[in-house]
Design a protein. Structure first.
Length: 177
């Protein structure tokens, strides 16, 4: 079973300045460790809300570190400093709008302000990048919604084969004929 390389990029001015501890990145790691049966090699980066810095980190995680999956949190709202979706779009060859549509749909079941969220996803080389919201509860809800499609997406872009922990999450791969 291949090791899956996972990048976690947290964009937060205050957490990167030490004003508070990042709990979102830890939540992502815990959830993905539960969902993925393969051994995982996590690469964690905490950065300020700065588009150029986010783009540089995304490129490094995809191109240099060879991450199969890169998950971001933070910077998806409408505020001036929220630039993670723009950074993601700038570094990706293809965008996958269905991820953001599903995440917003799920989040709208809990909070009406989910319509303000701008989560997205895209492909850079053999890496899938997913932008998540910033709260651990929302991260879990969104990952539960989109993760069933993640392993097959990574298959299609020729990334490493992800085995799901079937006790925690069911994934979908079309049956081959």
């Amino acid at each position: 079973m291949e090791t899956i390389k996972i990048g976690i990029l947290v964009s937060s001015d205050r957490a990167s300045q030490g004003v508070y501890e990042d709990i979102s990145g830890k939540a992502i790691r815990e959830i993905l460790s539960d969902f993925i049966a393969n051994p995982c090699d996590f690469h964690y980066i905490l950065t300020e809300d700065n588009q150029r810095a986010i783009e540089t980190h995304l490129i490094n995680l995809c191109d240099e570190m060879g991450c199969d999956l890169v998950v971001t949190t933070g910077g998806t709202g409408p505020a001036k400093r929220d630039v993670t979706p723009e950074a993601t779009q700038n570094v990706c060859e293809k965008m996958l709008p269905g991820f953001g549509e599903l995440m917003r749909s799920v989040s709208l079941q809990y909070v009406p302000t989910a319509i303000l969220s701008r989560q997205s996803a895209g492909i850079r080389g053999k890496s899938l990048i997913i932008n998540l919201p910033g709260k651990p509860k929302s991260i879990k809800e969104c990952l539960e919604a989109v993760f069933p499609a993640v392993p097959y997406c990574i298959d299609l872009i020729e990334g490493n084969y992800i085995y799901a922990n079937e006790d925690s999450i069911k994934v979908f791969r079309p049956k081959t004929s």
